[in-house]
Design a protein around this ligand. Structure first.
Ligand code: KIV
Ligand code: ZN
Length: 529
């Protein structure tokens, strides 16, 4: 992006991405370490200022992912979330300490609803915990963020008291969340003005907004906070997050960019990376982007009515307030075919931001060839889908070896499958079902010896055309754990089988038993000198 010398640092809004923490708390999302790392690298390319990489105390998997991101992702501040307990803060610090720019983010509720019912404690205790937590975090790290959770439903005088304590102990960023998405834009701005009056020292630190979208106001509230003086926005790609989600990163960033002349505020985000980041996150989380979603929905730049089409053909700005290329749409012309070699594939992948060498390049090339044999042109979108698909393949996964499905209008659908089990041996299963998909998934259950229950099944095409790659997302439940998986293939049933097996693998990895085993493993390892 061209550097505008008239921009002042005081008007710069820091973009704090919480896709990997608040976003990952969305039901059914279960990213593995490799997937989280890939998203974090892409967030760095996007130019976010801070990546909240996870909640390290939550699980050993979360801890390891945050640690890996802290070690490998350069550029943004890497932040770990912690409640006020010292164990949480120690875990956060241990996970992020290898980052060039670590941050500990600690929080405690200030609303009476939370204090009485959730924390079951007193306001005095909350003040004590806030003080101790920030002081403890400061022993490790200069950069400490403090959040009074559910502050928009709290007594403002009390929240102000807690913020004074956090500032006394050295907090460098103060984030005031609308945890349950209850606030309205005027109200949220008024809250900030009052806090600035009650706590003058807020002028010496970065103030931050964190708004949830329960009433569809997350972006409006966040922007209101920014207009009131805040210079950090906590947001997530595609608006992911608890319940209705967080403020959507792409909407905030484009609001800053498109209306900069009026409000004078700006961010350092490289907007041409937005579309790719949105696709990657959607693909890896299994959360589809609604077609009419602002900025990144597939219809955001589509014109259906004749009048609009006519206008845009004559002059784009008649019905478009931004150019699709500024968010990275339509800017890539990569097309490979079955005669393209390894070198061309590597170059194309590099252009897309993937560094693939050695064994990974061989695997990618093999997969590319299989697909190029069945599909004439392999585009940038196809390559992205293929690479993400390969990335999901973990070592301890169930994999589809072969399948056979019979279906017709006058007989019961039948499926037979052969699956490679995590240990390397093969197992077969068969089933006669209500429909071909039911027969197929039930045959997989039989082969894997699991009783998974399908909850959602989505099929979409990566590009237009009858030879498009199918991308399938499956959400299932296995022994009380809900998990999703995706699969990509020119064959819809193969993509479905891959997705279903990955969802089973993810459910097993996320099950309480697996977590407990991992704890025992981790404890055993740390006890070993
Ligand atoms: O919504 C919220 O209050 C949070 C805090 C942890 C910042 O996510
Ligand atoms: Zn939140």
């Amino acid at each position: 992006m061209a550097v505008d010398n008239t921009r002042s640092e005081a008007d710069r809004v820091r973009i704090f991405d919480t896709t990997l923490r608040d976003g990952e708390q969305s039901p059914g999302i279960s990213l593995n370490k490799q997937e989280k790392l890939e998203i974090a690298h892409q967030l760095a390319r996007l130019g976010v200022d801070i990546i909240e990489a996870g909640f390290p105390i939550a699980s050993p998997g979360d801890f390891e992912a945050v640690q890996e991101i802290a070690r490998e992702v350069h550029g943004p501040v890497i932040c770990g979330l912690a409640r006020t307990g010292f164990q949480d803060i120690d875990a956060a610090w241990n996970a992020i300490k290898d980052s060039e720019r670590p941050r500990i983010h600690t929080f405690i509720s200030t609303s009476d609803i939370h204090i009485e019912h959730q924390l079951q404690t007193t306001r005095e205790d909350v003040k004590g915990q806030a003080r101790a937590a920030v002081a403890h975090a400061k022993q490790y790290c200069d950069d400490v963020e403090f959040s009074p959770m559910d502050a928009t439903r709290a007594d403002l005088e009390f929240t102000a008291e807690v913020l004074r304590i956090a500032l006394d102990e050295g907090a460098t960023t103060i984030n005031v969340p609308d945890t349950v998405g209850y606030s309205m834009p005027d109200e949220y701005a008024a809250m900030w003005r009052e806090l600035y009056r009650l706590v003058p020292d807020l002028a010496n630190v970065v103030t931050s907004v964190h708004c949830h979208d329960d009433l569809g106001l997350a972006v409006a509230n966040s922007f209101s906070g920014v207009q009131a003086g805040c210079r950090q926005v906590e947001c997530a790609i595609n608006g992911l997050g608890e319940r209705a989600g967080n403020a959507s990163l792409e909407e905030i960033v484009m609001l800053l960019r498109v209306r900069e002349a009026e409000h004078g505020l700006w961010s350092r985000v490289e907007t041409t990376e937005i579309a790719r980041t949105s696709r990657l996150v959607s693909r890896l989380t299994g959360y589809q982007v609604q077609p009419n979603k602002a900025i990144v929905g597939r219809n955001a730049f589509a014109h259906e009515s004749g009048i609009h089409q006519d206008g845009v053909l004559k002059e784009r700005t008649t019905y478009e307030i931004m150019d699709a290329t500024t968010i990275g749409l339509q800017s890539n012309s990569i097309v490979l075919g079955k005669h393209s070699g390894r070198h061309a594939l590597r170059k194309a992948l590099e252009e897309l931001g993937f560094t693939v060498d050695g064994a990974a390049l061989n695997t990618a090339f093999k997969r590319f060839k299989e697909i190029a044999d069945r599909k004439k042109n392999v585009t940038a979108l196809d390559l992205e889908a293929i690479v993400s698909d390969e990335m999901r393949q973990s070592e301890s996964a169930f994999t589809l070896q072969s399948f056979d499905i019979e279906a017709g209008s006058d007989r019961s659908p039948f499926a037979r499958v052969r699956v490679e089990l995590p240990g390397g041996e093969s197992a077969e299963g068969e089933f006669t079902g209500d429909g071909p998909v039911d027969a197929f998934f039930s045959a997989i259950n039989a082969a894997t010896g699991r009783e998974a229950r399908l909850k959602e099944y989505h099929v979409s095409a990566v590009t237009a055309g009858r030879d498009a790659l199918a991308e399938v997302t499956v959400l299932l439940e296995l022994d009380g754990t809900t998990a999703q998986g995706q699969g990509v293939s020119p064959d819809t049933m193969e993509a479905s089988g891959r997705a279903y097996l990955r969802a089973i693998t993810n459910a097993l990895a996320d099950s309480p038993v697996a977590e407990a085993e991992h704890h025992i493993d981790a404890a055993a390892k740390s006890a070993t000198p």
